[in-house]
Write a protein that binds this ligand. Structure first.
Ligand code: SF4
Length: 205
């Protein structure tokens, strides 16, 4: 006899109920005997956070036990994602539990073939020194460009003109999809004040 999925469920439910009644057990008592697997996050602490990957800013509940992250899932109370997460957000706990995670800044000197761990203070000082040095060496106040200029006889002629530019072409900045409006605003102010023109944005690199 061919059984559909629905037929199979009906039949097995009926058989179980009949078996329970036959054995003198009520369906309620039979249900109470069903072994419910223990929740994976039982006894864990829950911390609410925001996904660091992109500016959608989904809310995430992170579960920790014995100082270790054991689970991360969408926060159902969060107004943006209402419990959902994209694949990147859903795999968030793998960032923490990952032996490939880089925990300190790494530095590879010019010409060296190895990276070495350095302290944050040293790394930030080096970055600041290199930005200042590069900017000082390459800052341009003026730049020449060809423009079309109207002549007295009504025709146009291409001429070279000098413009004030106050910029450096030697430093570029790649932003982050995780930055919010306010952070982008402050960052733009800072980068433009340094004279940067190559300002880009990463999304899901
Ligand atoms: S990466 Fe995915 S889960 Fe994270 S904020 Fe963006 S959309 Fe939400």
């Amino acid at each position: 006899m061919a059984l559909s999925r629905r037929d199979f469920l009906k039949l097995s439910g009926g058989t179980a109920a009949a078996g329970a009644v036959g054995a003198g057990i009520t369906p309620q008592a039979a249900a109470a005997q069903v072994q419910v697997p223990e929740a994976r996050i039982k006894g864990a602490s829950e911390t609410k956070t925001i996904c660091p990957y992109c500016a959608v800013g989904c809310g995430i509940n992170v579960h920790t036990k014995d100082g270790k992250v054991i689970n991360a899932e969408g926060d159902p109370d969060h107004p943006i994602n209402e419990g959902t997460l994209c694949a990147k957000g859903a795999s968030l706990y793998q960032i923490v539990n990952n032996d490939k995670r880089v925990l300190k800044p790494m530095y590879r000197a010019a010409g060296a073939d190895q990276w070495k761990e350095v302290e944050w203070d040293w790394a930030l000082d080096e970055i600041a020194k290199k930005i200042k040095d590069t900017r000082d060496r390459t800052f341009k106040f003026l730049s020449k460009s060809k423009v079309k200029e109207k002549q007295p006889d009504g025709t146009e002629k291409e001429v070279e003109k000098e413009f004030t530019v106050n910029r450096t072409d030697a430093i570029a900045h790649v932003g982050s999809a995780a930055l919010d409006n306010e952070e982008c605003y402050v960052l733009q102010k800072w980068l433009r004040s340094l004279g940067l023109v190559y300002i880009e944005h990463q999304a899901r690199i």
